[in-house]
Design a protein around this ligand. Structure first.
Ligand code: SF4
Length: 381
């Protein structure tokens, strides 16, 4: 059994075409960070042409109504998870340590099945995919003046495990509307582009829709191993000191090593972090943590080696490992972004101001957090 679900991929492209053809449905699609580094590979586009803005144009041609960026909700995740981390630090003795990231469903399934006693250590923040879906059906429905039931929320993910994450009974709002109705992998969206005979080379770049199309460089690097940790530290530093660190201050957690560790000083507090990718490395780290050989405050785990850039839903090239090349694309985008801190994302700030209230507030708990104990691993897993 493959914990990231890559061996039993289901094709959802026909269901997607049906939803687009249904005039009653408003299709709202989000593009995950790692997808932008890989979608053009299978369409023969050179990397400099395979921009996310060209993918936006292709999605509009297919007929999606609103095209948004998961980097928006990656920034929202950082706001929630960053505050959660600082809250746990403040009440240090009331929580199990380390705190683990929770955005990779392959990892969440792994800990629940292999180390169930440590499920408590997971952040309660939903993943960016799920936060985005919750935002689309509540705040965005309100902005559109639309009935949430008419919104068909779709994601393009580098990941097959995201399909089962979207179907978890806990990933919905109070009205039981599913946050994300359908998940397409990068390979599936490539198939749809081909089926529609869209000549991507000739497309002009187009902008994302507003306001959920605004993301920062910190959100973009979520797609590479170490990116979530780096984005979280950039904002945690600000939340504690009220000053931005140098944007690259936490670059020590970058790179393709399967297990990285570092200690950073945040306002006199030493914060010990680790970043692992790949489940063999994860198991080694878990054994070290359990036996007390290693001790950390915050750990990022990604099930796929190299993180989502190397995810099971990305184009596959026999014998070629492209995670590192794709990660370079994401770090390059972060470097030139005008916004490199999640806490400076104007659309995220606006969403708090006009809808969610403050981070970790009541509405946030209801819509943006989850209870990892509230579902059981299926018996066959
Ligand atoms: Fe999916 Fe990314 Fe986790 Fe791989 S690392 S299972 S692509 S979320």
């Amino acid at each position: 059994h493959c914990p990231v679900g890559a061996l039993r991929e289901r094709d959802d492209t026909q269901r997607m075409f049906q939803a687009i053809a249904n005039p009653k449905k408003i299709t709202v699609i989000q593009i995950a960070p790692a997808v932008r580094a890989a979608w053009g590979e299978a369409l023969g586009l050179p990397r400099e042409k395979a921009t996310v803005k060209r993918l936006v144009a292709a999605l509009r041609k297919i007929g999606f109504d609103y095209v948004f960026d998961t980097t928006f909700s990656a920034d929202l995740t950082i706001m929630e998870e960053g505050h959660e981390f600082l809250e746990r630090l403040a009440g240090r003795n009331d929580h199990p340590w380390p705190m683990f990231t929770s955005c990779c469903p392959g990892w969440v399934r792994f800990i629940k099945s292999q180390y169930p006693d440590m499920t408590e250590n997971l952040s309660t923040a939903k993943s960016p995919q799920q936060m985005f879906g919750a935002v689309a059906k509540t705040y965005y429905a309100q902005l559109l003046g639309a009935n949430p039931a008419d919104i068909f929320s779709v994601s393009i993910m580098p990941c097959v495990a995201k399909k089962s994450e979207a179907e978890l009974p806990t990933m919905n709002d109070a009205e039981a509307a599913q946050d994300v109705d359908l998940v397409l992998t990068t390979r599936e969206i490539v198939r749809m582009i081909r089926a529609e005979k869209i000549d991507v080379k000739s497309l002009e770049e187009e902008e994302f829709d507003s306001p959920l199309g605004v993301g920062t460089g910190a959100g973009v690097i979520f797609g590479a191993t170490g990116g979530v940790m780096e984005a979280a530290l950039r904002s945690a530093y600000y939340l504690v000191t009220k000053k931005n660190p140098e944007a690259d201050a936490f670059r020590d957690v970058r790179g393709m090593d399967g297990w990285k560790e570092a200690t950073f000083d945040i306002a006199g507090i030493p914060v010990r972090v680790a970043v692992v990718s790949g489940l063999a490395n994860t198991r080694r780290l878990m054994e070290h943590v359990r036996s007390g050989k290693s001790s950390y405050d915050f750990v990022e785990v990604m099930a796929c080696p190299g993180g989502c850039v190397g995810g099971g839903g990305q184009p596959i090239w026999d014998g070629e490992e492209l995670a590192s090349t794709r990660a370079d694309v994401l770090y390059g985008l972060d470097k030139v972004d005008n916004l490199r801190f999640s806490h400076e994302n104007p659309s995220v700030l606006k969403a708090y101001e006009s809808f969610f209230g403050k981070p970790l507030g009541h509405k946030c708990h209801e819509l943006l957090h989850t209870d990892h104990h509230a579902w059981e691993m299926p018996q066959h897993s």
